[in-house]
Ligand binder design. Sequence first.
Ligand code: FAD
Length: 461
Amino acid sequence: LNHDKDIIIVGCGAGGGTAAQFARKTDRKTSITVFEKGKYPQYSKCGLPYAISGRIPNVMDLIEFSEDWFKKSRIDLLLEATVEKIDPAKKIVYARKNNKIIEKSYGSLIICTGAKPSIPPIKNLFIGDKLVDGVFTLRTIDDVESLIPYVKKGRQVVIVGAGLIGMEMADNLHECGMRVTIVEALQNILPNNLDEDMSKTVLEGLPDDISVFTNHLMTSVEHDSGRIKKVIIKNNETGEEKTINADLLIISTGIKPETKLAEDIGCELGVTGRIKVNNKSETSIKNIYAVGDCTEFVDFITKKPVPVGLGSIVVRQGIAAGINAAGGEYSLPQGVLQTATSDFFGMEIGTVGPTPASMRNQRYISGKFQGLSLPEYYPGGKPITIKVFADEKNGKILGAQAVGDKAAQRINTFACAILADMDVETLRKLETAYAPPVAPTLDVVTLVCDIVSMKIKRKRQ
Ligand SMILES: Cc1cc2nc3c(=O)[nH]c(=O)nc-3n(C[C@H](O)[C@H](O)[C@H](O)COP(=O)(O)OP(=O)(O)OC[C@H]3O[C@@H](n4cnc5c(N)ncnc54)[C@H](O)[C@@H]3O)c2cc1C
């Protein structure tokens, strides 16, 4: 039998599921097999926080493509089947299901093994190899199901890590009536997304009953008969320690890529410790692709490798891998824009471009504008703050951050401008749609570019 065209996909998260879907669209006939070690077919991890508060009523609603969908698409989905070994010379995958080894040949292989939560070194966090009762990470449907019984009005939750997921969890657990404390080791909340001043705007918008400790490290936890009771945090500057009661502890401090299978077969890993891929999602081994949180790609602006960790990027990589593995042609742009958004406590935020930390090495000019989403005379206008970064020499837009009304839509305009290599001088003249109940004559998107453009001109004089 000739297996040259057969496609095997390892992992059925956003990456694997999308790759399968697009491989099938590209080749209606070829054999496609997906091995997934978990119990569920592709579901949205991004929706998990909202299934805790009940905004999404049933966690199973997050399943985007059911087993039936895979069947109808003639994709063999094997759940609770773990790929244990790949032989790239013979082009065979070995998976374990129900304690039996399944051997399957491939023509193209797509590795989409994702990541698991990364857990910082906090003392007493584990009993044996299990997290103390009442301590959770959030990555799977099972996590949500085991966490929900701990969510009770009036109870105290501590969230360690003030990234997007930590903030979304804070919002959803606050909505459930829990008393929320957020602990962040760095100087600001959302340190990977926002500059200090923009992060402060978010901090000021949080409800008064949320306690936030930035620049604090969680050092240890205390438990009573195995159940979490307290956490101990330490001020990074003064060394002062503080004890906080906790009925529930959520750890949202990033992810650790699952790269073992790829490493075992000699797939090249990059500087971030993830599988190196190009804009076709190809790895260093012919006919082997990789997609998702287990990979790194380059940033569109800095051209430096960055870890992939956003569903928006993962899905696009999945499209590329699926089409290319099935014999089509598909290339992504030469780098990721890292366009991201979220909404918590009624505040929408949006970002695009390199992270604030990597921006520090770039010679840029930034400008900020605070305005309203509607003309001043029209009731109901909401505040919106936008910060834009442009190259000091040529005014090319490098990135933008927004907090407030329709932040994501506005950031998408900047994403489009970056992809098109646009400068602030061009974007400031963008003719945006205007009608009093919808938007002002000059949108904040253009007004903030006016500021940056003027600053650049002044610098040149
Ligand atoms: C709570 C939360 C909220 C998020 N919110 C957003 C958001 O709002 N916007 C955004 O852009 N991104 C968001 N993300 C990130 C986004 O969800 C991830 O980038 C994306 O889901 C990663 O998809 P993936 O397929 O790479 O990995 P995963 O979803 O981790 O899938 C990998 C799959 O591979 C399986 N697997 C691993 N090893 C094997 C093996 N050996 N054999 C068989 N199967 C295997 C695993 O069981 C898993 O199902 C969020 C993430 C989380 C956790």
